[in-house]
Ligand binder design. Sequence first.
Ligand code: SAM
Length: 221
Amino acid sequence: MGDGIDENSRDVTGPLITQNAYGMVLDIGAGHGHTANYLDINRVTKYVALEPNTHMHEEIRKIANKAGNLIRTRGPLSVDTVVCVLSLCTVPSPEETINRISNELLNPGGVFLLYEHVLSPCADVAWWQWFWSPIWSKAFDGCRLDRPTYVWVRKATNWEVDKVWTQEGEPEEHLFWHQIGKFVKATQVILLGEFCIDFFNNYECTIIPGIIAINDFQLYS
Ligand SMILES: C[S@@+](CC[C@H](N)C(=O)[O-])C[C@H]1O[C@@H](n2cnc3c(N)ncnc32)[C@H](O)[C@@H]1O
């Protein structure tokens, strides 16, 4: 799986991965493991490919061995980079999966990179995505057209960097509307009460409902 996918997406995923992946990299739904081709081996220490389809493993091993680092792992894992290229459309229980990856696997300061086709913001397109998804997912290994996965990632944890953008030239009126995302997990999470949120609204800080993250400050309510 994925040679065609890789050809079509590498202009976006290549630079996204090369410029941002570092340390221990976890590739969710690795397919043939093309992500390994884009890793900067001066910045990446390990590459872990998570792929339930065993028919793809031989190809993953080939590509990863060529790129330099291949690891087989069991047991608990903590990672610096999570890569999701067209895989969150397929994984079961996507919200829970995203939450657990973001909160339990990804280290503070770690980066979550995604390139996914997602639910369109246009109501008419969204309706067709919803309509076709049950049939589409039967034909294509559980893939759904109607998942707002970038929104779920955004909500999953406290991100210091939360950047989502659209593929150049791609119209919103598209059943396969893609979003590209780079999220960096906050190194400090500070939980504050309502009054503190009002107070800090006057200062330069990032506010996520109920949570305020201020880079170098230690504050307690
Ligand atoms: C559309 S392919 C993308 C492959 C690859 N990321 C690429 O860009 O070429 C989706 C992949 O997700 C994998 N997948 C399906 N369910 C999964 C799950 N529960 N956990 C991890 N990967 C899964 C599929 O086997 C498939 O290889």
